[in-house]
Ligand binder design. Sequence first.
Ligand code: GTP
Ligand code: SPV
Ligand code: MN
Length: 601
Amino acid sequence: MSQPPTSHPRLLAWIDEVAALTTPDRIVWCDGSEAEWTRLTDELVDSGALVRLDQKKKPNSFWARTDPSDVARVEERTYICSDDEADAGPTNNWMAPAEMKQLMTGLYRGCMTGRTMYVVPFCMGPLDAADPMFGVELTDSPYVVASMRIMTRMGSDVLSSMGADADFVPALHSVGAPLSKDQTDAAWPCNETKYISHFPETREIWSFGSGYGGNSLLGKKCFALRIASVAARDEGWLAEHMLIMKLTSPEGVVRYIAGAFPSACGKTNLAMLDPTLDGWKVETVGDDIAWMRFGEDGRLWATNPEFGLFGVAPGTDFHTNPNAMRTLAEGNSVFTNVALTDDGDVWWEGMGEPPAHLTDWKGKDWTPASDAPSSHPNSRFCTPIEQCPILADEYHDPRGVPIDAILFGGRRKTTIPLVSEARDWVHGVYLGATLSSETTAAAVGQVGVVRRDPMAMLPFIGYHAGDYFQHWIDMAKGASGDAAKLPKVFYVNWFRRGDDGRFLWPGFGENSRVLKWVAERLDGKADAIETPIGHVPTPEALDLTGLDIDPADLAAVLRVDPAEWQAEIPQVTEWFNRFGDKLPAVLWSELDALKARLADA
Ligand code: GTP
Ligand code: SPV
Ligand code: MN
């Protein structure tokens, strides 16, 4: 082992302990340098784990294929190991911490044999934050190291900032595939047995068996949402699955908007939106995670703790998300489970006409006549956020941005109108708590099933969801008692469909029309109809300049159908019942009030 570049006693002791357990052949401290990136990616290319893309088309970029069994987050294998089972609540898997540690210690024993253990010091959010949030990931996956370098601030600077005594979240990761002598490595080593475990009291993460994104890049969902949500509950802030954007009107009025949509439901696209409305400007602050704290002004300020974008590839194109395409053209990216073109570029469904021949995500020949898609529906690009051409300057500011509006949204074919505005904060919390969406390929399991996904955080709340709802309601107290300082809450749905299955609303850049209505509501300018579910724009209140939309489609996408909403009531009741007496009573009152309004409608 090379001389450790730190004297941090707790870190050194932990590394010794993990090394003794997992028995790696060597330990490498990651410095985050360009030279290190080059060495790692060269090694991965030499071993066949990565393919280097064409230097002109995608400079310094790579194509990765996973094992076909390791393509998404594994919610069934994800655990919140709180001391008390009641603290994990009904929405999380739970195991007692000692039991989980014993079980996983068995799995970890010798699991890094034949491999390198990388020490990855990282920081979620800017290093010059008042209270930088450090983590250290120990991993035996060089793919994870390369990805962590894109997704987080990582390396020597972080280690020096940590000094000898900074607090950090220890995050242990292994693909769970020890290598014996003479054994050739798999292109994507992983283990059929997977555990993604969180210990909220001790703020630790133990991950085993998967190399995929949310299961293995432990700064992201595991730290910045599951562990951070627990810290946020204790300290009076919010760690949320939200995009953050800066919206500027033609008059130069700036609004900061956060948006919580479940996985693969449009956060990255909205965060990077290219407005079709003249004079409106969107700039990106974050596309997946927001940490929101009260400022001295009593307003809620949001920061993006990440350093990269880990975005859904299929559907991304110059027509839908040109800013993502421009970000990727800069290179320095890793593409996972997309298709490879014969001239060394990447391709995926939604990127216009398919080439005559591709190598698909399983490494097989693919032609337009092939039955299966060329790219996995949860294939991803991993790319530095600083390459985004519309990155807001405020991204770098450790104080973040003061949030004017929160959008909740999901993927619903029916019922939910294009946009509605909550009546007040508690009604907004009700909308978030009852948010529903069709499941997507971002998690292993059936796709297209409607489920409740509160605040788009169902798989990410690190404690009891009933307590989480109460925490959201209590945020009203943080605003120095002035509810007017809280963000206004809106509920959007880009995915409503007609009887023929078509999307009723064109989405993407056209969503700027909805953003304009939101901004005008904040200014008290735009018209709305009061419906039982909240304030919905009149068709005239939406700026439809230059948009060719059938008036019948517009009416259908804005429609609030009391019968459809009545049909949701038993599902919401059943959902709320799951939380027993942990469900804040005011949410039952909101449901009762909704029922009464629907009965009168
Ligand atoms: P995660 O990274 O999993 O959290 O996903 P996300 O919420 O960032 O979703 P993303 O923006 O990557 O979009 C997911 C899928 O929805 C992509 O295939 C997009 O093309 C598609 N999508 C995004 N916005 C819209 C929209 O306004 N309308 C339609 N029809 N599809 C959209
Ligand atoms: C999500 O599923 O919400 C993602 C991808 O952003 S992952 O990093 O795998 O969680
Ligand atoms: Mn996400």
